[in-house]
Design a protein around this ligand. Structure first.
Ligand code: FE2
Ligand code: FE2
Length: 194
């Protein structure tokens, strides 16, 4: 089955403007997001040790996200910046988590598909950064990230398809694409990934 994953709504045009107006703050948040993406993959390993079919893929994603973290951290260092000193709750992730269904199996499916829609949004936004940044040295880096996060978005759906019927996965994915779009349209703009 070939998948073509898309975000449910484009990012508001004000988002990229807000990011470019304070790119240093965006980079600090971006670093945190990569570290959290790695932690998300590893938390799925910890929560579902019996889902052995997907553990190798989760480890690979965990490593790739940690590499992204390392690369963003290198940029922060080069610019004489530090990581954010206090990490605020991410209203986007909080709202997504609140929209989970009840039940062990349902939550397993939801966690995989939330990871997928978050990755797909990351890809859409890194593409916007690559296309709009005036900093030439950032273009290829954000293009690489856009491709990588889009791939992760697909891998998480494929993981779900190993355990749930295709109809159920696609129907639930529709729910998450819509829910994620509603959240994106309701949260205030920040110089941050979400
Ligand atoms: Fe990443
Ligand atoms: Fe990713």
């Amino acid at each position: 089955m070939s998948l073509k994953l898309l975000v449910g709504c484009p990012s508001p045009p004000g988002w990229i403007k807000t990011v470019l107006a304070d790119f240093d703050a965006f980079l600090q948040d971006h670093a945190d997001c990569e570290r959290k993406a790695s932690a998300t993959a590893m938390s799925l390993v910890a929560k579902y040790p019996n889902r052995v079919e997907i553990i190798p893929e989760l480890i690979s994603i965990g490593i790739e996200e940690l590499e992204h973290f390392q690369q963003v951290y290198d940029i922060l260092e080069m610019k004489g910046l530090q990581l954010a000193h206090s990490i605020h709750e991410d209203p986007y992730i909080k709202a997504l988590m609140k929209a989970k269904h009840d039940g062990i199996e349902e939550q397993f499916l939801d966690r995989l598909l939330i990871a997928s829609v978050v990755e797909t949004r990351g890809a859409e936004r890194f593409k916007l950064v690559a296309q709009n940044t005036p900093q030439k040295e950032m273009v290829n880096f954000y293009k690489m990230l856009w491709v990588s996060e889009a791939k992760h978005g697909h891998v998480y759906v494929k993981m779900a398809l190993r355990y749930f019927p295709q109809d159920k996965v696609l129907e639930r994915l529709k729910y998450w694409v819509k829910t994620e779009a509603d959240i994106i349209e309701s949260i205030p703009l920040r110089a941050a990934l979400h």
